[in-house]
Design a protein around this ligand. Sequence first.
Ligand code: PBG
Length: 322
Amino acid sequence: MFPMLRMRRSRKAKVRDMVRESMLTVNDLIYPMFVSEVDTSPIEIKSMPGQFRYPLSMIADEARAVAELGIPAIILFGVSSHKDEVGSSAYDPSGVVQKAILAIKDELGDDLLIITDVCLCEYMTHGHCGIVENEKILNDPTLEILGKTAVSHAQAGADIVAPSGMMDGMVDAIRTALDDEGFQDTIIMSYAVKYASSFYSPFREAATSGYTFGDRTTYQMDPANSDEALREASLDLQEGADIIMVKPALPYLDIIYRVKTELGVPTAAYSVSGEYAALKAASLKGWLEEKAVVMESLLAIKRAGADMILTYFAKDVAEWLG
Ligand code: PBG
């Protein structure tokens, strides 16, 4: 006890660094990118200053810039010129994401891992993540389309597919579809634990994926629940998920911690658009110091148990880490 024991001894310079328990490195980072076949020049997303939708013609160059910073992976979201009631552009071999994958792989090969978001909301007129009938989001008819979408991404060269629609059985449907087509090595990163969060609204501006009626509460999780997160993650693992994602990140550190400690599987955390917008806005106002709060936030996500972090700050962080 005090005065023999003094915690401050190990907080001195150098010693402080030696006893540090968690670390953030460039290898932890995944950068989300929006690729558009609608725009002809980069469009800055109003609610996410510093983030852009890039036209197809520029995506490979932008991806190169990311790879050159040492960031190992990107996740791609498509902005499509065609939306309908069955999300047909999601699995079109010449859809925006498929073309983007081909262009990036052509430029960079294995120098950058490509993760693709597998969801239908960006390709549906109503903006929901599944087939809709009488304003109901149908689960089972959606699964086949998700399988086809994942296969089309794998055919174009995606390394990892990331289903984000929170449909029951989606991982099984995708694993089966991929294996049937010979894509046994394509990794599935499941958005297993995705909350119905108000922190996604800037993303919906970025990806033009807002919905025209209702909300996403019949498929995304209740922010009040934690045990349910473990059930969701366990089911996805049984269905063949390789990596489990928790989303959002900062308000859900307890969930990241539980998934990592109780299941012991590769765990990704998505620090979402609203987290970026909040830190960015306060920084732009001069109310917070950007680099300090971003590094602290990401370190906290690592400390909670995340093995990797999807963050819109990835390029800045890679530069700050040098
Ligand atoms: C698609 C999807 C969303 C996000 C990732 N994939 C939006 C949503 O569920 O409404 C959100 C990402 C972010 O906010 O940064 N289903």
